[in-house]
Every structure is written in C-alpha cells, then in structure tokens.
Design a protein around this ligand. Structure first.
Ligand code: FNR
Length: 338
C-alpha cells in the first residue's frame, strides 16, 4: 500500500477511535425561540431544496471524507447508495491522490456509479493543478468541487505540507474549473478575514467546517511521534465561524460537529444554505450498515421537518428570521470578535 493510501486508511481508523457521538460543542450554547402556537404541520416537502440545479430531499448532506484506498472504496460505494436513496448530496474525500495514483480512481467512481444522477461533489487540496482538478471533475461527473484549506492538519502531519502559499493556485483553479467551487476547512473553521478575501477573489461559496466534531489535530497527532496535542485547540467553533460567514456576506455551508436535526436547524438559522455532516454519518455506517444509515438519514429528514413545524415554518426560506440567543461564554466570544 502506498503511503498516501495508508494515510487514508489511518484517517478512517482514527476518526473512529476519537469519535464522541455526544460531544458538547458550540451548538449547545445556541438556542432558538419557539412559538407555542406555530400554526404549522409536519410536511416533508418543507425541507426540500435544490443544490447546483438538482432537487434534493433535504438541505443536509454527507460531507467530504474518503477515497484512495481499498477500505474507502467500500465506504464510498455505501455512501453513494445511501445518498441516492435518501436523495441528499454527497461530497467525496480528497481526490488529489489521483494525480500520483490514477489506479485509485475506482475508489471514488463507485460513489458516482451508485448515484448516477444525484449531486456528487469532488474534493481536492489547494495545490492541485487546474488541469488535474478539471480531469477529476470530468471523471467523476462532479456537480461541484470542494477545495480544502487545512493548514493545522498539514502542520500536525509528519509528511504534511509546510508552504501555505495557496492563493495563486486558487485563482488559477477559479479560471479553469467549469463547475461551482466551494472553499472549505476541515474542522478548524474559516475565519472572517479569509472569507472576505475569498469573496473578493470571486469565490462565493464556502463551507466553514468549524470545530466541535472531528478534530484533525488529534487524528494527525496520533500518527506523529512528536506530541502536538496542543494544536487541537486551534479551531474556531462552528457557530462562531458561521456568524463570521454571515458577517462576511458569503453564501455558506455550515458543518463541523453536527450531531442531530436540531443542529441542522441551527445551522440553517445561522444563515447556512446547506449543512454538512461527516463523521457522525460515517460512524453510523461503520457501526451498522448502509441500510441502517439510510434509515437514520430518513429519520433525520422526518425530524427536521417536524422541527420546522414546531418553529412555525412552512419551508426553508425564512429560518434566519427565527430568534436565537447564546449562552454568555459564546456571546462573549462573538462580541470580542465583532
Ligand atoms: C474528513 N474530512 C475531509 N475534508 C476534506 O475536505 N477532504 C478530505 O479528504 C477529508 N477527509 C476526511 C476523512 C475523515 C475520515 C473524516 C472524518 C473527515 C473533514 C470533513 O469533511 C469535515 O470538515 C470534518 O470532519 C468536520 O465535520 P464532522 O466530522 O465534525 O461532521
């Protein structure tokens, strides 16, 4: 197995090892005000939406995880099946490995084969050349591409990148790629200044991928002989990063530490167009099977529609108008960063 494939497998193993399904995070410090007489009913149609021109049953999706190894082929096949059956979008893990290891294409393609007409989003690192990136988009028939910014992960990785001059390549990618681009973090959150910069550079969709769920400093630290555990604290909590995205006036996806349909609703109320879930869905799949994950996602769709009824909403259009308030520690952070 190549060093890159081995890393993909280690990420899967360590994401399971450090997984805490009920991890406390910033969503717990955010509260929504509920009308006691909402005059609404549960309606699954209320949560339907569109992404990149395609119809989806829900505004939440399976966010970027894997590809590029034997185990990830099995996982991506299952995720492709579940995404099609639940009619939700699916982002694949970084396909930048294909630049060096073309033979790993099958581990990504399985998801597209299982879900030929649904929303499939490719993922690359910020150094991938525009030619290689466009090839990946074409091969996977991707509806959009995520480019991940992951400095903390790289610096925690023994074999990681040490030069973070990425903007020039991002500009070239923007010129060449024929599909929408989503710039995302990997669980440390995008900061406001970066989102303002990206917006100015013409990137108008970001995925904040904040802290509160999967922590790649912890995962990489476990692969590193040195003790870099202190890096685990470098993330911006998801709610903080989402408020920053809203201030930066970009279109954004909320992700990082989403554990249940109420977190999804909070993400949408924060102004997120969509909400991404990674490890919670992966661990559900690994602990059970694809049929169980499908059931869970369909239950989430029912529950999210139920929550919309409780909050008096007939569709997804006015969720930002739901009043919210924060516990003081979180409010304090937001005030300081304003
Ligand atoms: C990830 N994530 C990720 N992100 C990315 O942009 N490219 C990638 O290749 C990967 N790989 C990856 C592997 C595994 C096993 C996990 C669990 C996660 C990060 C992911 O997309 C997301 O940003 C974070 O995991 C935070 O979300 P959760 O897990 O807290 O919902």
């Amino acid at each position: 197995m190549s060093i890159r494939s081995k890393r993909k497998e280690e990420h899967l193993t360590l994401a399971s090892k450090f997984y805490q399904p009920h991890q406390v995070n910033s969503f717990d410090q955010m509260h929504l005000v509920r009308p006691a007489l909402p005059e609404a009913r549960l309606n699954l149609a209320a949560i339907r939406t569109k992404m990149f021109g395609k119809d989806l049953a829900a505004p939440f999706f399976i966010n970027a995880m894997t590809g590029g190894s034997a185990r990830s082929l099995v996982i991506n096949r299952a995720l492709g099946q579940v995404a099609r059956q639940a009619q939700i979008a699916l982002a694949l893990g970084s396909a930048s490995i294909l630049v060096k290891e073309e033979k790993q294409l099958a581990s990504f393609m399985v998801a597209r084969e299982e879900n030929p007409t649904g929303v499939v989003i490719a993922n690359i690192n910020a150094k991938t050349s525009p030619t290689a990136a466009q090839k990946i988009v074409t091969e996977l028939a991707a509806d959009a591409i995520q480019i991940h910014l992951n400095t903390v992960q790289e610096i925690a990785m023994p074999e990681g990148e040490r030069d973070f001059h990425w903007l020039a390549n991002l500009r070239e990618l923007r010129q060449v790629l024929t599909v929408p681009i989503i710039i995302k973090e990997v669980g440390f959150g995008l900061d406001e200044a970066t989102m303002v910069l990206l917006h100015r550079e013409g990137f108008d969709l970001v995925d904040i991928a904040g802290a509160g769920g999967t922590n790649f400093a912890q995962i990489e630290n476990a692969r590193n002989p040195a003790d870099l555990s202190y890096l685990a604290d470098l993330g911006l909590p998801t709610v903080v990063s989402a408020v920053m995205a809203s201030r930066a006036q970009v279109d954004f996806v909320v992700s990082g530490g989403v554990r249940n349909p109420l977190d999804v609703l909070k993400g949408l109320c924060l102004g997120g167009k969509y909400v991404g879930i990674s490890n919670f869905f992966l661990q559900t799949l690994l602990d059970h099977d694809a049929a169980y994950l499908l059931q869970l996602i369909q239950a989430w769709q029912q529950e999210l529609a139920g929550l919309l009824a409780v909050y008096g909403q007939a569709d997804l259009d006015n969720l930002a108008a739901i009043k919210s308030y924060y516990d003081l520690p979180l409010k304090n952070v937001l005030d300081q960063l304003n």
